[in-house]
Design a protein around this ligand. Structure first.
Ligand code: SF4
Length: 317
């Protein structure tokens, strides 16, 4: 059970103090709640957080995201203590791909190169030739010799999108993200019709009926950059709702709509809110900095097996 924190405590000041005392760095994903984004030393997508985790001089990495991101940080920088606000912050994609099932598919297709999305467990990464994020998935697949067929796991929508971009022979795992698979085409079209000058921008984890209508498709970071550089001033955003905080800060004069009601606006829907990402709270960040737990610990053999595909991911794109 999470400890009850004294409500008079200034958590922002306490976190700053503890960060200095522990020589810690806070790395936060764009899907975290706004307060966590605002106290982060580095705010980024999976690829940026992995690169920062690899380079940091801090003794402690507080990874405010989901478990596979913290595991990736530990794999890349094993001498650091890696802690997470909530150990239960998982991911539907990581859950969909069990290492024993991927091992079986590999054995049935021995000529295939295995590319796994970073949203997987260390055990699945250890079975992979390459990892990728949505930022560099197309570049990673394009870097593989053209005569090699590819197993792409676990996101079927990202896999299909990369397959269309590269024309490669790809066997797609059938995993999905609980957020991106639930956007509704009719809801999105109604929203676009009500805001005639708006543009739909979508993450490639969305299903084809959504991607078909998108003016721009890109990873979380690419969507964010697009909202700053585009001449458009109104956007319907088909990805996790947390990114709207960074979009509004980056282009305060522009208007952003979620492509589905988020959980705080409609508790019966929550289509654009990741239930895993939102397990993390400012209180839990404070507690994990104070107590330096829960800590991500990895078997060294497993870590080494997962390192090579992650290093390839970090180097590409
Ligand atoms: S938004 Fe989707 S892919 Fe990202 S952590 Fe949540 S369930 Fe996983």
């Amino acid at each position: 059970m999470t400890e009850i924190i004294n409500p008079s405590l200034d958590l922002f000041a306490e976190i700053e103090r503890l960060k200095r005392e522990q020589n810690a760095v806070i790395l936060a994903h764009y899907y975290q709640e706004p307060d966590i984004q605002d106290i982060a030393d580095v705010l980024g997508d999976s690829l940026a957080l992995a690169r920062k985790a690899q380079d940091t001089d801090a003794d402690v990495i507080v990874l405010c995201g989901v478990h596979f991101m913290a595991e990736t940080a530990k794999i890349l920088n094993p001498t650091k203590k890696v802690v997470v606000p909530d150990m239960n912050a998982g991911c539907s994609l990581a859950d969909s791909c069990k290492p024993e099932d991927l091992a079986k598919l590999k054995a049935e297709n021995p000529k295939h190169v295995v590319v796994s999305y970073v949203n997987t467990t260390a055990a699945v990464k250890a079975l992979s030739d390459y990892c990728c994020t949505s930022s560099n998935a197309t570049a990673v697949v394009a870097s593989i010799p053209k005569d090699k067929p590819i197993i792409f796991a676990p996101d079927v929508n990202l896999g299909r999108y990369v397959q269309e971009q590269t024309g490669r022979d790809m066997l797609l795992w059938q995993g999905t993200c609980v957020v991106h698979e639930t956007f509704n085409e009719k809801y999105v079209l109604d929203l676009l019709a009500k805001n005639p000058r708006s543009e739909l921008i979508a993450h490639p984890e969305c299903e084809p009926p959504i991607l078909r209508h998108a003016h721009f498709i890109g990873s979380t970071k690419k969507l964010l950059d697009y909202t700053k550089s585009s001449a458009a001033t109104v956007f319907v955003v088909a990805t996790e709702s947390g990114i709207l905080h960074a979009m509004r800060k980056g282009a305060p004069e522009k208007t952003f709509f979620e492509a589905a009601p988020s959980r705080d606006k409609d508790p019966t829907c929550g289509c654009s809110t990741c239930p895993y990402m939102k397990l993390n709270t400012l209180e839990k960040v404070f507690l994990c900095l104070r107590d330096l737990k829960p800590e991500v610990v990895l078997d060294e053999q497993l870590r080494l097996a997962a390192l090579r595909p992650i290093e390839r991911m970090v180097a590409i794109g």
